[in-house]
Design a binder for this molecule. Sequence first.
Ligand code: FAD
Length: 500
Amino acid sequence: MAYSKHIENPDVILIGSGVMSANLGALLKRLEPKLKIQVYEVTAELAQESSHGWNNAGTGHAGICELSYTPKREADGTVNVQKVIEIYEQFSHSKQFWSYAVAEGMINQPRDFINSVQHISFVHGADQVDFLRARHAGMAAHHFFADLTYSTDAATISRWAPLLVEGRDPAVPIAATQMASGTDVNFGVISRKLLNWLHAQPGCGLATNHRVIDLKKTATGWNVHGRDLTTGEIRQNHAKFVFVGAGGGSLHLLQKAGIPESKGIGGFPIGGQWLVCDNPAIVERHAAKVYGQALDAAPTMAVPHLDQRVLDGKKTLLFGPFAAWTTKFLHRQGSWLDLVASVKPHNFLTLLKIAATNLPLVRYLVQQGTQSMADRLAVLHIFYPNAQAKDWKLIDAGIRVQAIKKTDGEAGIVHYGTEVITNADRTISALLGASPGASVCVNIVLDVIKLCLPELLATSEGQARLAAMVPTYALDAKLAANAAHFQAVQRATDRHLQLI
Ligand SMILES: Cc1cc2nc3c(=O)[nH]c(=O)nc-3n(C[C@H](O)[C@H](O)[C@H](O)COP(=O)(O)OP(=O)(O)OC[C@H]3O[C@@H](n4cnc5c(N)ncnc54)[C@H](O)[C@@H]3O)c2cc1C
């Protein structure tokens, strides 16, 4: 469905209809119902890029199973679990806001976009088994992960996920941790639901087939120029605040805006591919998201996992992602010239340094791009020893544009995390990068609101509205003293979202 509702001179313009703009728009309108908000999207439909269900892994990243957040053991043999505790808390903020949206009737049918699924970490070999035991000990001591179970017993692991165990050499030790309250999220569906709600609100507009092509600073905000792709018409609009949530398109728009904060920043696209299982008998036997260790020089976002997904109302089984070489910044509306066009005098040296200092990553991408089906199946066999090529097909997933920036003492560094770039007078914010991404979108956009629109939270009314939407936002839910309060909120959240 295409949209063509335009609001002139809104307070806020959101560029892009992915999960970031959708959550920011909905949160802003609930915080201040008088706000006028306009959303622009270049594609005909909403959320067709990274947030689309097939273009990401749909893991509700809560730190339960992703070993990349706890990569190694400390000298004393323990595993530092601070990062997973943080991610868990941040993802709970997203769930709380979505549960509020359901409870308030803004959106319906939560199972369209979020479903419970076990989160499992799975390792093999004596070293990795020891590592997982230490990780489990660190995590299970925290109230977030009190239900995390550890096992080295093949029969127990087989009960959780039989495909992991069948056909495996019994001489090689294995271990797994399991938690039943993990989630699979369709970030495209939640984006569309929130934007459809926003579109129906007074003072809010949504225009698809509308490519933002330029941004010009004014004394009171930004002139935003866009092209209507159906008529070719160029339209100009003005807002006091602009959020560039254009995913792979954000860097280009940031460069157009020309804010000093964007100088030196470059982008490096990494494509993704999945193996999809077409055999319903196999799909039915795997009800888990299973993450393993990173292979070789794989960047953290390419750590493979074997995932049950719920997409288009149907269970499916995905394995990957495999990284793929690309020069496009967007999957659907991108151009092969995107990478070249993003190179500017101010980021040229940064990009050159990245190429020189990340040779293992470059080698990894070349090797991944030239893999055969047999190579990919060999990786799948690490998780699912009995997998057969006939049951799987390769499909393209989305593209991530990793932010590359100058840092003190270094000409360039690849950022696997999310970067929010805001100008000095806080009239424009742009989101670059992808990880941990969509799962922590509510935290990310609340940071944007705190920085750029603090007046919305300055009143007791604003604070009360935020507390209703994200009840534990002001609470340090990590503290044991707050465990009971946090768990009560979590039970209510899970009830509204129909999670276990
Ligand atoms: C392979 C892969 C796996 C991932 N797995 C996970 C996961 O398991 N869990 C998780 O939490 N995150 C995951 N992520 C990250 C997650 O997908 C992203 O963080 C998130 O979707 C980004 O949302 P966004 O709104 O910033 O961008 P997007 O969803 O890409 O939205 C940007 C929108 O802007 C539009 N746009 C671009 N340029 C313009 C323009 N000039 N004018 C108008 N509109 C424009 C685009 O068409 C698009 O609709 C994964 C990403 C990838 C690539």
